[in-house]
Unconditional design. Structure first.
Length: 287
DNA sequence: AACCAGGGTGATG
DNA sequence: CATCACCATGGT
């Protein structure tokens, strides 16, 4: 692996990683990466960036070698052996062979905690297209436009904490408005220290996040998995509930070994795109 | 028109 | 502890 500086970014040469951005950025763990001109664009840490992979090279636009080493490698989890996890999961149940055949290269991101928290509060009892629409409104109305682009920053918790439910009406998030406001208040006041959660064990961190109104077991596990990289987390939404009931006969996440979070991501993404799998398993014709 | 979407809360048994 | 109506909104 080698870093090359380009006119406006960085190329990581010869990476030994299976990452597939298409699958990683469209598997339901993030809502703000957009494909445009064969590159994925987003605003992360208040900067617009673009990324794409060609062969074993990854190109990052609008960043530096230093930021790549200190941030992006970790954000995209490029130094972790996902192939080893694949081997393990495929030995546990045949459904993983099908999932990896179609969707290999999913990595668990390390997103910004406040954005993940806010986004998954919005996700509750909601569908992905509308989640994206609401988050987009939140950013265009309360974020800042980045010069020379069409992209906006994700509004920080200080800004949101000064709003009221009336202010949030334009984003059409319905009953979730007061949950967003409560999260912003608890975070900006310091009652909940999102930075410090990195140093706290998973159960304690979950307990802390659940002090926020509207944040329960599922949302807190999403935040811990997708922002804090707690791979033991296993968020169960309506799809995962169905999968665990039909394919895995109501067993719990212990059967997935050390990385239930990764298993969850493959199962969720695969079955959402192949819902017939649930019927097959229900009558015991899988494998 | 009724049901669903990456759920959680509060009331009730 | 388990169940259940309800919570806004938009798509089917």
């Amino acid at each position: 692996m080698q870093y090359l500086k380009t006119s406006n970014g960085v190329i990581i040469k010869n990476i030994d990683s299976d990452i597939n951005f298409e699958h990683t950025l469209n598997c339901g763990q993030c809502f703000r990466w957009e494909k445009k001109d064969d590159k994925y664009h987003a605003v992360v840490k208040n900067e617009h960036v673009a990324v794409y992979k060609s062969g074993s090279d990854i190109t990052l636009e609008n960043t530096t070698i230093e930021n790549t080493k200190n941030f992006w490698i970790n954000y995209f989890d490029l130094n972790f052996n996902y192939r080893g996890v694949q081997k393990e999961l495929e030995s546990i149940h045949p459904i993983f062979k099908k999932a990896y055949k179609n969707y290999s290269g999913i990595h668990i991101l390390s997103q910004e905690p406040w954005e993940a928290l806010c986004s998954f509060i919005i996700s509750q009892n909601n569908n992905i297209p509308r989640i994206k629409k609401i988050i987009n409104s939140l950013c265009t109305i309360f974020g800042e436009k980045i010069n020379g682009t069409e992209f906006y920053t994700f509004p920080n918790h200080e800004i949101i904490s000064r709003l009221n439910e009336k202010d949030l009406e334009p984003i059409k998030c319905g009953f979730r408005a007061r949950y967003i406001l409560d999260a912003a208040l608890k975070v900006s006041s310091g009652e909940i220290d999102l930075e410090n959660l990195k140093n706290v064990n998973t159960n304690k961190a979950k307990e802390t996040l659940m002090k926020i109104k509207g944040v329960g077991s599922k949302i807190s596990e999403c935040v811990l998995l997708y922002a804090y990289h707690k791979l033991e987390c296993f968020p169960i939404d309506v799809w995962m509930k169905k999968i665990m009931h039909t394919v895995f006969k109501d067993q719990n996440s212990d059967i997935f070994g050390k990385y239930p979070g990764i298993a969850q991501q493959y199962l969720y993404h695969y079955v959402k795109n192949n819902p017939g799998e649930l019927n097959l398993s229900a009558v015991g014709q899988n494998s």
